[in-house]
Structures are given as C-alpha cells and as structure tokens.
Design a protein around this ligand. Structure first.
Ligand SMILES: [Zn+2]
Length: 264
C-alpha cells in the first residue's frame, strides 16, 4: 500500500516537473483512444492521396524531407515551435514490398513527397539485389538506407556490420542511414541493448550518420502506420485521414510498407 502511494507521488512529481510534456502525452493518449479502423489491407493509393491533401491543408503541419543530404544535428530536430513535423518512411520488409516499391515511389514522386526507404540485407525475405533497379531509378529523389534486423541475434554488432557489408556488395554503396525492423515484443531486451550500442557509438558507425530508432536523434511523438494487426489482418486507423494537428512542435512519422498498398 505504502509503495503504491510512493509510486503515485513520484508520478505526480514527474508531471509537475514537465507539465507540457505530460499534457502532450495526455492529448495523444486521448486521440489514440478515439481512432477507428478505416480499411483492411490492401489499401488504395487514393487513401494516401487524401491523407497527403489533409496534411498539406493543415496550417499546423509541415511535411519534411526525410533526411537532408548533409546530415547534421541542426536538421534532425526542427525547431519551429508552432508546427508539427511529418516524416514519411518506407520499410521494405517482404518480397511483396519489393514488388510494389516502384509504383509507390512513382506515386509519391508525382505528389512531390519525399521519404526514407529502408532495405533489408539479412536476406531472410528477399534478395536485396532485386531492389537495385528501383534504387538506381529513384536515388536522387529518396533516401535509401538499411532496414536492420541485427538484434535478432545475440552478437548484433557482428550482424549489423554484416548487413552493411551485404548492402555494399549487393547495392553498390554504403548507406548513410538505417531504420530498425520490428519483431513486436520478441527480442525486446536485445533491441534495447542495440539502441544503447548505437547511442554509445554515434559518430563511430562507419558510413552511418543517421538513424531514427530509440528516440535518440529524432524522437517521434506519434506514428501513423499501415501495419496494425487484428486476427491476422493488417489495417489502418482513420488517423491517415485525421492527422494529429492539435499539438505543437511534435514529430510525426508516417510508416508505410509497400506490400499493403495497391493502385487500383
Ligand atoms: Zn520492418
């Protein structure tokens, strides 16, 4: 009973120390609760089109380039206090993502939307060489990097370096950024250990100068994603159509997997 009261007291103190942050978290939690399922996959591009139009029409939202060509701390976190910054990331998880990547990038290009595109080189789902053509076609328009799953192994540092080497061998260049493949709650301790490793080694990760994992360089306060799961079916919430523009100075990630999107 006493320890419960102490915990409540501690939580209250944390809120009093940073009321703005807690107000933000409270608003986001409320917003999250009210979301409704919009569609089950496959989703149509026209949903994305509507979403882009909503984002563009919001006075409180900037759609940003995923990564500036010269990476520095100054462009990782935008400092505009009034607007919310939206970033779009595409994780190429499965063979169907590879198959659908080019049309999705064509679509985004036609809407002047920039994104970071992240390719797996663990060779568990597809041969990364299959992405070579699409990278060559779009390399000047999008940021292409590594989608790592190295923490599935105990010696994740070895596997991270191995994935970087395979990236270079199969795709012809070393990536300057990476994103992290999710396994839900599986390997969560090792995932945290890997985040700690990258936190300790910023500036010493070879070609890598940016990653958006672990709230280290660019924390996202809200993620709009296309891979919610219920009874084996993927779905999107209506946050695609009602982006959270009620906050200030928040980073929002839109996370897409090409395998769930179709043009027709
Ligand atoms: Zn992934």
């Amino acid at each position: 009973m006493l320890s419960k009261s102490i915990n409540i007291f501690k939580a209250l103190c944390r809120r009093l120390q940073n009321p703005r942050l807690y107000y933000k978290l409270f608003k986001i939690a409320n917003y999250t609760k009210k979301r409704e399922i919009l569609h089950f996959s496959p989703y149509r591009y026209r949903v994305l089109e509507k979403s882009i139009s909503k984002l563009r029409n919001s006075k409180k939202i900037n759609i940003n380039k995923f990564l500036e060509s010269s990476v520095s701390q100054s462009n990782l976190v935008k400092t505009n206090n009034k607007k919310n910054n939206v970033y779009l990331r595409i994780d190429v998880d499965y063979q169907a993502c590879v198959d659908n990547l080019s049309p999705l990038l064509n679509f985004l290009t036609s809407h002047q939307i920039n994104a970071g595109v992240y390719i797996r080189t663990d060779c568990l789902e597809y041969d990364p060489s299959d992405c070579k053509k699409v990278i060559e076609k779009f390399k000047n328009k999008f940021e292409f990097g590594l989608h790592t799953s190295c923490y599935r192994k105990e010696n994740y540092v070895y596997y991270f370096e191995k994935e970087l080497n395979v990236f270079k061998k199969k795709l012809g260049f070393l990536p300057k950024s990476f994103s992290v493949h999710g396994y839900g709650s599986k390997y969560s301790q090792r995932r945290n250990d890997f985040y700690q490793y990258v936190r300790n080694n910023i500036g010493n990760l070879g070609s890598i100068s940016f990653f958006d994992c672990g709230d280290i360089l660019r924390p996202y306060q809200y993620v709009i994603q296309d891979c919610h799961l219920v009874e084996g079916r993927r779905f999107i919430y209506d946050d695609f159509l009602f982006p959270p523009d009620f906050l200030n100075n928040t980073n929002i990630l839109i996370l897409l997997h090409p395998c769930y999107w179709v043009d027709k």
